[in-house]
Design a protein around this ligand. Structure first.
Ligand code: IPM
Ligand code: MG
Length: 363
């Protein structure tokens, strides 16, 4: 079968890690007999430099025509002026909104060979296997009013945390459905002791739970969840939460896996059900890492694991996804490490070498 993948390398280390992802995808194609047609397009800072906008219409069209979108990273100091009219991040946010990618899945799995390589005690991170379901097209990121203005008493600014019942229900259902396929435990994270939007969220979670009697629903305040993530992370399984809370908690959670360079993500337009294909965008959770750019340093594993998620959720290739995940853990088992997860007695490799090693396990 032939699949059409929109490839958006973006800024900073984006093109470097994207190239390794493509290498792995080609290895999958070769071994399993698939043909992936890659349609490259600019996004973020590179698009601003070339077209004056972070998300050119042609890029959006290519994404809409694709079976799945593969994005690496956007942003960088060059475009960071807070007074700027256009920002690289607008490209990413625009894509999420326009492609209706409301469900962002961020799995955090601590691989056994990396248990000793994180900043936390091995006993704390051992066995961690959780997934954060982050709402991606609502909340503070998109709520209106959203503006800055001048008043007689000085400048003011507002962002709005807005959610409709529909938006909350569909993301909670993603959480419940995923919990069903795992340990049947769902932790709904909110700030219901303070925020009205969280009280609506919690109410809807309680109402929906009667549709999922096999799933144990637990509510947790976001500040308590931030603590729990480093206190007893192995207790957590599926976490479902609003956009901004999910953004913050997943950077924190990435440290459990050793590095941001290990965490993949999938942003989906539908509820993932076993075997069914869902349109989605796949990207590492890390950013463009300007200080590492052009140095062949960045860890491409988060990108490669994002492609495994693409194979699983958007292309219906479970076996292929598992082959990629196994290749990654085999290479780590053999002792190869990029700088961010480097440890005593291991072999340090660069971005390209890591990509070659993983692709080499697949073919
Ligand atoms: C993420 C990133 C983005 C976000 C930025 C780059 C806009 O931090 O995907 O977590 O805040 O969603
Ligand atoms: Mg983030």
């Amino acid at each position: 079968m032939r699949f059409n993948i929109a490839v958006l390398p973006g800024d900073g280390v984006g093109p470097e890690v994207a190239a390794e992802g493509v290498k792995v995808l080609e290895a999958v194609g070769k071994r399993f007999g698939h043909s992936f047609h890659l349609d490259y397009a600019p996004i973020g800072g590179v698009a601003i430099d070339e077209f004056g906008v972070a998300l050119p219409g042609e890029t959006l069209n290519k994404c809409k025509r694709s079976d799945a979108v593969f994005l690496a990273a956007v942003g960088g100091p060059k475009w960071d002026d807070p007074r700027a009219k256009v920002r690289p991040e607008d490209g990413l946010l625009g894509l999420r909104k326009q492609l209706k990618l409301f469900a962002n899945l961020r799995p955090v799995k601590v691989l056994p060979m990396l248990v000793d390589s994180t900043n936390l005690k091995p006993a704390v991170v051992k066995g961690v296997d959780l997934i954060v379901v982050r709402e991606l097209t609502g909340g503070l990121y998109f709520g209106k009013p959203k503006k800055q203005w001048q008043t007689a008493a000085g400048r003011k600014a507002v962002d709005s945390l807005v959610y409709s019942e529909k938006e909350v229900e569909r993301i909670l259902r993603v959480g419940f459905e995923l919990a069903r396929t795992r340990r049947k435990k769902l932790t709904s994270v909110d700030k219901a002791n303070v925020l009205e939007s969280s009280r609506l969220w919690r109410q809807i979670a309680i109402e929906l739970s009667s549709d999922y009697p096999d799933v144990e629903l637990q509510h947790m305040l976001v500040d308590a969840c931030a603590m729990r993530l480093i206190q007893r992370p192995a207790d957590l399984d599926v976490i479902v939460t609003e956009n901004m809370f999910g953004d913050i908690l997943t950077d924190e959670a990435s440290m459990l896996a050793g590095s941001m360079g290990m965490l993949p993500s999938a942003s989906l337009a539908g509820i993932p059900k076993d075997g069914e294909r869902t349109f989605g965008m796949y990207e590492p959770i890390h950013g463009s890492a300007p200080s590492r750019t052009g140095l062949n340093m960045a860890n491409p594993i988060a990108t490669i694991l994002s492609l495994a998620m693409m194979l699983r959720y958007s292309l219906g290739m479970v076996q292929e996804a598992e082959a990629v995940e196994k290749a990654v853990s085999d290479v780590l088992e053999q002792g190869y490490r990029t700088y961010d997860i480097m440890d005593e007695g291991k072999t340090k490799v660069g971005t390209k070498e890591m990509g070659d090693l993983v692709a080499g396990q697949i073919v």
